[in-house]
Structure formats: C-alpha cells, structure tokens
Design a protein around this ligand. Sequence first.
Ligand code: SF4
Ligand code: SF4
Length: 286
Amino acid sequence: MTPLRYVNLYCNTACDSRCTTCTFWKMHPRHWLDAEVLASVASSRFVSEETWFALQGGEFTLHSGADAILDLFADRNYILFTNMLNPRRVKELVDRHDVQYVTVSLDGGREGYARIRGVDAFDRVTAGIRQLSERASVSVGITITPWSTYEDVREAMDWCNAANVPFGLNVYTESRIYGSERRAEPIAPLQRIVDETGDAYCAAHILWSRGELNLPCRSIRRVASISPDGDLHLCHNLDIVLGNIHEARFDDIWSSERTNQLHQQYESCSACWTSCYRELDLEEAR
Ligand code: SF4
Ligand code: SF4
C-alpha cells in the first residue's frame, strides 16, 4: 500500500479574489465539500504521519463549514491556504483552531498583484501576512505566469526577503481543476529568475518545456486532488475522474481496480509541469 504524501482539498468554489490564473470565482453553480463528506478522506487508511493536507478553496475562509473542517483535520498535518483578502477573518480562524501553517499567494508587487489577481490589495494582503506571522508559520506562494513580468516576480520576492517571510515559486499551468482559461505559453523572464534564484523547480520547468527532461509522474500514486464538487481527479491537468466522494468512500475509489489501472497507465506521463505533482517527482528523482 502506497501512503499518500499530499491531499489537495479544494473545499469550496466561492472566492473574493478575481485571479487571472483560475476561474473558481466565476463558477456557477457553486460547490462545497462539508466535513461529513470529507470524513472518509481524513480517516483514510492511505493517510499516515507523512501525509499533508492542503486545505484550500476557492477562498477556504469563506466556507460556511470551515470550522467543522478544521475540527476534522485537527489531528492531521495540514496547511491552510488563503488569499488573505480579509486578514481578520483568517486570524480569527487561525486563533480558534490553533492553525500552525498558512500559505498566502502573492503574485506580484503593488501593480502586478492587482493586474494578475484582479483585486488591488497588495498592501492589505502583505499587512495581513506580517500580522499573522506573529501567530503562525506563514509562507508565500508566487505563481509565475506567461503574462507576469520580471518585475512582478522580483517585487514579490523582494517583499518576502525584506519581511523575512519564506516563499516558493510556482509556474502557471492549464489546470482543469481550477478551470484555467489561459494557455500555458512560454514564460519570458523564467530563465533570468532561475539565474538569480537557482530555483530547482523552475530550472527543471525550463528543461521540461524544451523537451530535455522527461520525468515519469509516479506522484499520481501519492497525491490525491479533490475538487469542490467532490470529484477525485487522477491529477490536475487531465480530464480523468477516479470517482466522487459524495457517491463512494475515498478508500474504495483510491484502491479500486480502475484507479490502479489508470495509475499504471499514466505513471510514465510527462505531459505537464504542475507543482502539486511534479515537485514530488523532482524531489524523488534527486
Ligand atoms: S487562485 Fe485562489 S484566490 Fe485566486 S480566484 Fe482562484 S481560488 Fe481565489
Ligand atoms: S505529468 Fe501527466 S499524469 Fe502527471 S500531473 Fe501532468 S498530466 Fe497528470
């Protein structure tokens, strides 16, 4: 039995951001997963001490059942993902549940943030990150898109360095789960960012996009991703659904013969460079 390493739980579509990288905020009807249906995931026999849950939305703090979900995962390793557009709402949730790890997206400086994320909120979000860092371990995710400039990425990294907040770089892909609408075209400033940061994930993306890196996707056996409608996906980038947790228990779907066959069929795939999966493949290849 292969233990799960990461479980991406997209718990709701509702979001108060308007990011160009995602369409959760546009989706109708809206969907959400409640604690009752997530119970079969939290108690899965494939979960171990090395499993980390990513509790995300949409904007997770807008979920009316956020408290019940955090109660459900209280004894598990988890990271709470937020856009931090409402710092007070995030802090109250963190305080109520003694949340230890929080990740916030910051895809540019003041102007770039507004352009890429659709809301003019750089100052509000960065103030919220500073405040919450006194209470929890907060990190920043910076997504580099084909429509990002070098300055966008540089300004976001510079803010993190000045504020002493750890950050990770991510590269935009055409995620089916997020309903991405824009194409993952070549990213002009990526080489310069790699030259300056030495970031291994972005460096590997450049090799992969040139066809110089073909890495099997064994991570599909160790990463599970569930969208707000309850679909358990083979991965982020293929239109393949393994089952739905409203209709069957997580373990029954994950251990089914069909899932096993699909894992076998796609574990040699190298068709995308989505961080949720490929970072783990890269880590295990080293
Ligand atoms: S990327 Fe995240 S914060 Fe932005 S619209 Fe999508 S769910 Fe909301
Ligand atoms: S490499 Fe293939 S199987 Fe792996 S996440 Fe990308 S599309 Fe899915």
